[in-house]
Design a protein around this ligand. Structure first.
Ligand code: PLP
Length: 426
């Protein structure tokens, strides 16, 4: 009976099923669970595989081959070896790389901040404009939206297709509204949908003719090497595409080793045209004398080159692949064919995006919380925390164990069904 689409159930059958599921739900509640599917962060075993980072530098002799001396001030844009490693990882040249501190989010924040206070390449600082807008593909990354909120930048949601943002809408806004100054993109294994932008979408970005000279694409390639399987998604190189159209300055690329080595103790990077780098450095030079170059060198010595990173990412995939499969198999077994939920099946990254029946996401979230399972807050994946359809839930499968995920995802399916039946029965 359960594989009948819920909307085709008779009222009696739906009510009967609801009673049955309520009993199952009560059994979960009585277990007093304490689980967390909200944290998009590596599990301890993923951190353990980076142990070598602690010892790869242990004495003066380990750092003597680098100039400037990593133990001293200097090197505003990073050490050459780390630039080379990131250049390979992002498919850009070393002159297009600025290596930062421990977080790409800080680099994104600083980029927006500089634009607000000093303007972009001689354009009016955004703080002097009546209105500044950013386009926000949804569902998206809450911390991007947080940066906009922090600077009073108006956010315009753009719907996502399975190939990337709706480029018709992007084009319409970017090419007709001078107050649209940016768009947030997570182009590979998007947070939270897990999708990778198609070649056509990347080319459409590079072909934009912005109304504003200081419009920039904030290309947060946080999951660029985070494949779950040998055949990962391929993302077209946005900087190359922009160059082909004479628009090298239109994009800022960001990434980090947060989910390669240690979140909070990794190395961040931004990649962009040399002109954009020169503009950013004019302000950065007042901000600091240089980043933590010892940590950069530690990463270079540990990973050595892009092959070292690729091999290391396979170890991550071996640890988290079974977790993704546990959640996806459960969703498929429990929810497919019922017409009450849709979800993404990413080939990498850190998230699965679940759309439950419209108007029930908050209810599912509450049922989960009442049974002891924390999920990412409803609406977090939308600007201003408002999911207009109350439908999206973000699943972060990496942190809990496979056993915990089994329980949590079975419960999630149960709650999704219950909330849908409550809604159908009014
Ligand atoms: C899309 C995206 N960008 C950036 C970050 C944070 O990166 P970092 O640790 O380099 O600040 C995250 C973390 O979850 C993320 O999902």
């Amino acid at each position: 009976m359960e594989k009948t689409p819920y909307m085709s159930l008779s009222r009696e059958a739906a009510a009967e099923l609801k009673t049955e599921l309520e009993k199952k739900y009560a059994a979960y509640v009585s277990q007093g669970l304490k689980l967390d599917m909200s944290r998009g962060k590596p599990a301890p075993d993923q951190l353990d595989i980076c142990e070598g980072l602690f010892t790869v530098i242990s004495k003066n002799g380990d750092v003597s081959d680098v100039s400037p001396d990593v133990r001293n001030y200097g090197g505003l844009d990073g050490i050459p070896q780390m630039k080379a490693l990131f250049a390979d990882m992002l498919g850009v040249s070393t002159s297009e790389v600025v290596v930062g501190g421990n977080a790409s989010l800080s680099m994104m924040f600083d980029m927006v901040s500089r634009s607000v206070t000093h303007g972009v390449m001689g354009n009016t600082p955004w703080c002097k404009l009546d209105e500044v807008k950013f386009l926000c593909p949804v569902p998206g990354y809450d911390r991007h939206f947080g940066i906009c909120e922090c600077f009073g930048i108006k956010m315009i949601p753009i719907s996502m297709t399975k190939n990337g943002p709706d480029m018709e809408a992007v084009k319409k806004y970017v090419e007709n509204d001078e107050s649209v100054k940016g768009i947030w993109c997570v182009p590979k294994y998007s947070n939270p949908s897990g999708i990778t932008y198609s070649d056509d979408v990347v080319r459409a970005f590079a072909a934009l003719n912005p109304a504003a000279d200081d419009f920039r694409i904030f290309w947060d390639n946080a999951y660029c090497v985070h494949d779950l399987y040998d055949e990962g998604d391929k993302l077209l190189n946005i900087l190359d595409e922009c160059k082909k159209n004479g628009k090298a300055d239109m994009v800022y690329i960001f990434a980090s080793t947060s989910k390669i080595s240690f979140p909070g103790a990794g190395v961040a990077v931004m990649a962009m045209s040399e002109a954009n780098i020169a503009a950013a450095k004019k302000v950065m030079t007042y901000q600091m004398i240089g980043p933590d170059k010892i940590n950069q060198l530690r990463h270079v010595k540990y990973f050595k080159n892009i092959d070292g990173i690729t091999a290391h990412m396979k170890k991550h995939a071996a640890l988290i692949g079974p977790k993704f499969r546990m959640v996806l198999d459960t969703l498929d077994r429990e929810l497919s064919g019922l017409g009450i939920a849709e979800w993404t099946e990413p080939n990498g990254g850190y998230f699965i995006s679940l759309d439950v029946m419209k108007g029930t996401a908050k209810r599912v979230h509450k049922l989960m919380a009442d049974a002891g399972v924390v999920m990412t807050g409803c609406g977090a994946t939308f600007p201003y925390g408002k999911d207009p359809d109350d439908t999206n839930l973000r699943i972060a499968p990496t942190y809990p164990s496979v056993d915990e995920l089994k329980t949590a995802s079975e419960l999630l399916c149960l709650c999704t069904k219950l909330a849908a039946l409550e809604k159908i029965l009014g």
